[in-house]
Ligand binder design. Sequence first.
Ligand SMILES: CC(C)[C@H](C(=O)O)[C@@H](O)C(=O)O
Ligand code: SF4
Length: 468
Amino acid sequence: MSKPTTLYDKIWNDHLVHEAEDGTSLIYIDRHLVHEVTSPQAFEGLRVSGRKVRAPEKTLAVVDHNVPTSDRSKPNPDPESAEQIAVLAENAKHFGIEYFNEFDRRQGIVHVIGPEQGFTLPGTTVVCGDSHTSTHGAFGALAHGIGTSEVEHVLATQTLIQKKAKNMRVVVDGKLPDGVTGKDIILSIIGEIGTAGGTGYVLEYAGGAIRALSMEGRMTVCNMSIEGGARAGLIAPDQTAYEFLKGRPKSPKGAAWDAAVRYWESLRSDDGAHFDREIRLDAAKLPPIVTWGTSPEDVASITGSVPDPDKIADEAQRLSKQRALNYMGLTAGTKITDIKLDRVFIGSCTNGRIEDLRAAAKIAAGKTVNANVYAMIVPGSGIVKEQAEAEGLDKIFIKAGFDWREPGCSMCLAMNPDKLKPEERCASTSNRNFEGRQGFKGRTHLVSPAMAAAAAIAGHFVDIREWH
Ligand SMILES: CC(C)[C@H](C(=O)O)[C@@H](O)C(=O)O
Ligand code: SF4
């Protein structure tokens, strides 16, 4: 019998084109997603060297970061954004790449539309000039975020230069309590291993609590692998993944589907496969999580308080956490439930999918957004928006006083007009809480969609396990 291998090893081996003696390898890329922020120089490079896109049919472009989330029939208020959007449209046309523009009903955040279209498939290698490409690993795809020069390399050759990463398994067993979600799982993991804990590793999430997650929940977990420093995150595909993908526009059909499923069934880590590191978590013990600082590792339980950085022994660490507290305008010892909000953002490639909107709507139904809060809901894609509207979720939100917007990255990173003002405090379902991430001097607390919706209504954080 051959040596037991991990899921990562299998996908890697199936795509390896060449390996040099020092381990530098060339891997074949099956799927390339392109957005407007990291592609202009890559296309320019192709033009300068007179190259074509090697496999346009394996490339899909969409505009997401710069689009306004207000009425798009009006001119874009930001000329720089408008220019970046126009450049992508022109490049897609020139190089013969399929492109979802800002008026296309399929437009949305790149990591939402890939799976939604069945472009992302188990066992494939997926790249995008975007760090949260790890999202696609939820389907058992090896998905790497790449830089602009690599985008050019993939466009030209359909291959990527990589060194093999180490394997880490994250086992999450037990049953998640009601009100605790995939977002709380991944924030807890990052709280545990730190933002550098995954450096040099591809993480495979396993265990009963991961298996029990929907594809949306799994994507949330894999999405934030990168916040834990990892190169990618993976979950072995199973019936849940196949059901999500079946019948999607770009999924295989008929006999090709059956053959694909037979191959996908082989995509799991063998018993006895070697992992360089393994960590374990009991889902039953997890509370809803709220971040208090300026790093995703700064996690607190909803029942907890803002920690006291003065108690940290390591000086660099102490200074950095003191600075975070200062930036966030918080005092050590403040109960998390006493933190008041000015803004709420529900959306992003972490938590802007239909299940996320359903969870938020369930909390918002029949309630009213607090008078001190401006809360916005930004669906992850046009298809998510349509689905939500078909289910009447938009009406629930609008009636409660939420602002119902057009799809895009929006205030996840504030590259469009959706921004926090200095010192505004926001409960956000996104994945990054760095200084200035949602606007200059803006203060971000990362939470799950239900926690964000409840905070919008109460005006402060609340424990949704006690929501009624
Ligand atoms: C703009 C893009 C390069 C960036 C990324 O790579 O992640 C963005 O999506 C983000 O979330 O910060
Ligand atoms: S939603 Fe946020 S994290 Fe995701 S791709 Fe857009 S900017 Fe990056």
